[in-house]
Design a protein around this ligand. Structure first.
Ligand code: FAD
Length: 321
């Protein structure tokens, strides 16, 4: 099989943008994604949450951001393979073989945009949690705000996700209770202020004690005090456990499983680059705008470094399209 210029592993926001950028620069590119739908975290974890810090988009939901990225990507020639999990990347005589559970493809360069890997939400930690989750009483992320319309909701967590969701839910739910085991929240000050000035009922420092039918009991931390109220749904925002798999032998990863990158976003393996949440270096911020910039860096660096057998398109995007 004729090898490609570039294979991108992971079709999250950074992988989708990277593919567009590589195509715009004239590279032949394929993206391989283990999920059945492209879009990564914004599409799968928070499709209806508003994102405010993408350049040029004052506010956009996770689902609309994915739609826009796919529209942008459609402008260039590319292949997108969904439902294939990359398991191994090997390099022989300067060419990479990327092996999935279904096939092997070859490319001159590889860009890892595998994000946080395969994500698993942290649980509330109660006995019948799985049953309650299957019944839809406990959720770990929101795919449709409609499910919460007119409902009494308890949100558990103290970070930005719990605060953001409480504010989003306040607009559609009957009542929103935010429960955190500490007195102080870990989120942005501005979001904490917005929650404190909203109709969200904040319960700190409280933890889950019991749920009988719709009656939720909370216990105050280091106290005998308890609190009861009626709820229809629980949203747990305790963060995510990730399973980062090292895809290439001898690939240097940091303690959190992210791939160590140099200032051009190259890993310790020549020609194997990384961008987005999957990358690590001093001062790394796991944000999309940062990841988009890293992808641009990586692709420009690899186009300079790897020898492609066709002239590369350079210059500003307006002169390319
Ligand atoms: C609740 C929440 C709110 C957030 N809000 C914001 C915000 O407001 N602004 C902001 O900038 N960031 C926000 N973030 C962070 C943002 O979502 C991430 O920075 C972003 O998703 C990283 O993009 P990525 O493409 O690097 O990785 P991901 O989005 O994690 O995508 C990686 C993709 O790679 C795929 N993959 C992984 N391993 C393999 C494999 N072996 N083979 C094939 N495919 C694979 C995964 O299935 C996934 O689709 C938020 C995150 C969360 C959880």
């Amino acid at each position: 099989m004729q090898e490609l210029d570039l294979i991108i592993v992971g079709a999250g926001p950074v992988g989708l943008y990277a593919a567009f950028y590589a195509g715009m620069r004239g590279l032949s590119v394929a993206i391989i994604e283990s999920a059945q739908v492209p879009g990564g975290q914004p599409q799968n974890l928070y499709p209806e949450k508003l994102i405010y810090d993408i350049a040029g988009l004052p506010a956009v939901t996770g689902a609309d951001l994915t739609k826009n990225l796919l529209e942008q990507l459609a402008q260039i020639s590319h292949r997108l393979f969904l439902g294939e999990s990359v398991q191994k990347i090997e390099k022989e005589e300067g060419i990479f073989s990327v092996t999935t559970d279904k096939s092997t493809r070859r490319a001159k360069g590889v860009l890892l945009t595998t994000g946080a890997g395969l994500l698993k939400p942290r649980k509330l930690g109660i006995d019948n949690e799985e049953t309650l989750a299957n019944e839809g009483k406990i959720s770990y992320f929101i795919t449709s705000l409609k499910e919460f319309e007119g409902k009494n909701v308890a949100v558990f967590g103290g970070g930005d996700s719990a605060l953001d969701w409480s504010l989003m839910l306040e607009k559609v739910a009957k009542n929103v209770h935010l429960v955190h085991r500490r007195t102080a929240f870990r989120g942005h000050e501005i979001t904490v202020d917005r929650v404190m000035n909203s109709n969200v009922q904040v319960h700190t420092p409280y933890t889950f004690s019991n749920l009988i039918e719709n009656e939720l009991e909370l216990k105050k931390v280091k106290s005998e005090e308890s609190l009861n109220f009626s709820i229809d749904k629980i949203l747990v925002n305790y963060g995510f456990l990730t399973n980062q798999v090292t895809l290439a032998e001898n690939l240097e990863v940091s303690r959190n499983g992210r791939v160590k990158a140099d200032s051009m976003m190259q890993s310790n393996i020549d020609g194997l680059y990384v961008a987005g949440d999957a990358s690590d270096y001093p001062g790394k911020m796991p944000l999309m705008s940062v990841g988009f910039g890293e992808a641009v860096h990586a692709i420009n660096a690899m186009t300079k470094k790897l020898e492609f057998d066709h002239p590369l398109r350079g210059g500003h995007s307006s002169s390319i399209f």
